[in-house]
Design a protein around this ligand. Structure first.
Ligand code: UD1
Length: 337
């Protein structure tokens, strides 16, 4: 065993896949989760996949005192901080809920790591920090735009908080990983995304429509300045994304100097909404009921990653295709039925 890695939000969508990859790489994940947007059965599924039972603390990450009291004895060598609210639309209606949870938890976790002298921190950020970039593909040097939502602003603010902490505390080493659009599920179909209520994101909406939980998918706008008129995103298989977290942690463990760096995690390829639908239909041999509707407020027209920095810094690139992600997403949805 190479050491214990604290994974906040470890029962969630990306967190659970990352726990599997940490175990595959020889680490021992320790989960903190308050199960506000995740299910306890996920822990059994991780055990089914890996054979390992994960030590889990049902704790709110904002509670520094509880973090210290519960976790002081664990010999933690690094932390991956996923726990956060992530519904873009809800964040505009309930900004304080987002500012409180996402920012206070990051401050508490950083304080906890300082207390236990643990210097290795990986933060779950988002390409939303770029807004609509002027130049594509978007590199880490692209300007940070005014956030479109309180959710997006929490990611920007947390990146700044981490950077300030690295500057002040000369031992902390941190990466902010800026995800593009994570989709898919573990190929075992034992873990995947579990949206609360009506999904906001494209792929869960597609799979729920295909299975009959939703009547029809609406494509939000086909009058954008793109080849088929629909928005373009960089869809990345969640297993590839999970593996990047292991690489990022290993790079921090190797690094001796304090560091703060932001790294794009994407495939480097943009696909339109219609391409995603067509691919889903083709690889799963399903006809999807969809219609073209109006644009969704706040959507950017196109965004996809320049992935060269991730390759240089982490020796990581994606291995799984859009086809595989959409097959795995469908296997997962079918297994839930
Ligand atoms: C959004 C956020 C991102 C966040 C992610 C996960 C922005 C700009 N991006 O990504 O920061 O990390 O959610 O919660 O705020 N679409 C439809 N019909 C649907 C659903 C989506 O056509 O029913 C289209 C959207 O218009 C978009 C694409 O599908 O063009 C992807 O949408 P979605 O999955 O919601 O992700 P983003 O908006 O890119």
């Amino acid at each position: 065993m190479k050491g214990k890695i604290l994974v906040t939000g470890g029962a969630g969508y990306i967190g659970s896949h990352t726990c599997v990859e940490l175990i595959n790489a020889g680490y021992e994940p320790i989960i903190i989760d308050n199960f506000s947007n995740s299910e306890k059965f996920v822990l059994d599924k991780i055990k089914q996949i890996t054979g390992n039972e994960i030590t889990t603390y049902n704790i709110d990450c904002c509670n520094l005192e509880l973090l210290i009291n519960s976790l002081l004895a664990e010999k933690i060598i690094g932390c991956i901080h996923f726990a956060a609210y992530k519904a873009v639309g809800e964040s505009s209606k309930l900004p304080l809920k987002y500012y409180h949870n996402n920012i206070a938890s990051t401050v508490a976790i950083l304080s906890f790591l300082e207390k236990i002298s643990c210097p290795n921190f990986v933060f779950s950020s988002s390409c939303t920090v770029y807004g609509q970039p002027d130049i594509l593909p978007v590199t880490e040097k692209s300007p940070i735009k005014l956030a479109e939502s309180p959710y997006g602003r929490t990611k920007q603010v947390c990146e700044d908080i981490i950077h300030d902490t690295v500057k002040a505390n000369k031992t902390l080493k941190a990466f902010a990983l800026r995800y593009f659009n994570p989709i898919g599920a573990h190929p075992s179909a034992l873990i995947g995304e579990l949206p609360l209520g009506t999904p906001n994101n494209l792929v869960p909406y597609i799979t729920q429509t295909a299975i009959g939980k939703r009547e029809q998918l609406t494509v939000f706008g086909n009058d954008y300045d793109t080849p088929d008129g629909t928005c373009i995103r960089d869809y990345i298989h969640v297993v590839d994304l999970a593996k990047a977290h292991v690489k990022a942690m290993e790079e921090l463990l190797r690094t001796k100097e304090p560091i703060f760096d932001c790294i794009n995690l994407g495939t480097g390829k943009g696909n339109s909404v219609l391409e995603v639908i067509e691919t889903f239909e083709r690889v799963n041999d399903i006809k999807l009921n969809y219609k073209i509707g109006p644009r969704r407020e706040g959507d950017v027209e196109k965004v996809y990653a320049d992935t060269s920095y991730a390759l240089n810094k982490l020796n990581w690139k994606t291995e799984l295709s859009l086809e595989a992600a959409l097959q795995d997403a469908w296997k997962w949805e079918s297994s839930l039925n």
